[in-house]
Design a protein around this ligand. Structure first.
Ligand code: MG
Length: 337
């Protein structure tokens, strides 16, 4: 088995601004693992606030010994091995895990979604994210949005109501909102939740600081809309901590260290009665296809990475009536341009 990798700077169509950051591109590491004439593809999307970079990813990959990836893959063993190399580094671990799943699909002739037990009929609608910008640009972004049936709006600044009113001048679509830990005052936040409910908002991501479990729990107990933990929930052990603090969790492959552990998180969340959302980072079609393969097991999906980037090196997966379409190709079904 042979692992190769290539750094790639993924460009964003628009400068992306959320409550605390702004950026124009994302560093991704494209990964290929070859075995018996088949190649599995993976991707690590390393957004700056998660602390990974080309340097950390390269350091990590240099320490990986592919002898630990004997086929058939024991993903539990593999994630423990990757965790033993170094803690953290969830995106590069995800990149390896995704490549192995793609490879397994190709070796067995099965699509990843089937391998993972997803039912096509349960594919949720995916949202399209509008970053914080001037009202004119936000209106333009909504008008240019792909045929999504849910719009996700980044909030968490002083002008939250104004932003929603701006969006509502151009669309009646249901909304997700993401405060990215930007809300601080409890009573004001609760008022805002009630107002957002009237505005057709379906859920709110990470209203308060991820470390402030008490405030998030207070809001969850009272909010008429589901409150979803995102920054607070990274890997499997975080799922149990979300119980009683959030109504649900946002699972992202770049946080969970890949598809295997995301699957474990789904099982745990269902056991605990937590709702499930699948999210993404700025990604190419590769990591998005990995998310799409699991998406039918989630209540909500926010897999808009390929819509927001301008130099995706792969074909866009098929998107019909607001939903990604599962394809029957072995593995992820990734096609180079
Ligand atoms: Mg979020």
């Amino acid at each position: 088995m042979k692992l190769t990798y290539q750094p790639f700077e993924l460009l964003l169509k628009h400068t992306f601004t959320i409550a605390k950051f702004s950026r124009t591109s994302t560093s991704v590491m494209l990964i290929a693992i070859e075995h018996e004439g088949f190649t599995g593809y993976g991707e690590a999307s390393m957004v700056p606030y998660m602390g990974e970079s080309f340097e950390t990813a390269t350091d990590f990959l240099k320490k990986v010994d592919c002898q630990h990836f004997s086929y058939p893959f024991d993903y539990e063993y593999i994630i423990n091995y990757l965790d033993s190399i170094a803690p953290g580094n969830p995106a590069i671990k995800a990149g390896i895990d995704i490549a192995l799943h793609d490879l397994e699909g190709k070796l067995t002739g099965q699509p990843c979604w089937q391998m993972l037990g997803s039912e096509p009929i349960n594919m949720p609608l995916t949202s399209f994210t509008i970053g914080i910008d001037t009202p004119e640009v936000m209106i333009q972004k909504v008008k240019e949005a792909p045929a999504c049936k849910i719009i996700k709006v980044k909030l968490g600044r002083d002008s939250d109501r104004e932003l929603i009113k701006t969006i509502r001048t151009v669309t009646d679509l249901p909304l997700f909102v993401d405060a990215n830990q930007g809300w601080t005052d409890l009573e004001q936040s609760l008022d805002l939740c009630h107002w957002l409910h009237e505005q057709g908002v379906l859920l709110i991501e990470q209203p308060m600081l991820k470390t402030d479990m008490e405030s998030n729990a207070w809001l969850t107990e009272r909010s008429p809309i589901p409150i979803i933990g995102d920054e607070a929930v990274q890997r499997l052990p975080d799922v149990a901590k979300a119980q009683g603090v959030y109504h649900g969790i946002n699972v992202k492959l770049m946080k969970s260290a890949g598809m295997y552990e995301a699957g474990q998180m789904i099982v745990k969340a269902k056991e605990l009665g937590l709702k499930l959302m699948i999210g993404c980072m700025s990604e190419t079609s590769c990591a998005t296809l990995a998310g799409i393969a699991l998406a039918p097991q989630f209540d909500w999906a926010d897999l808009d990475g390929p819509f927001l980037t301008s130099n995706n090196p792969y074909q866009m997966p098929a998107f019909v009536d607001g939903k990604w379409q599962l394809n029957n190709s072995p593995g992820l079904g990734l096609q180079k341009l």
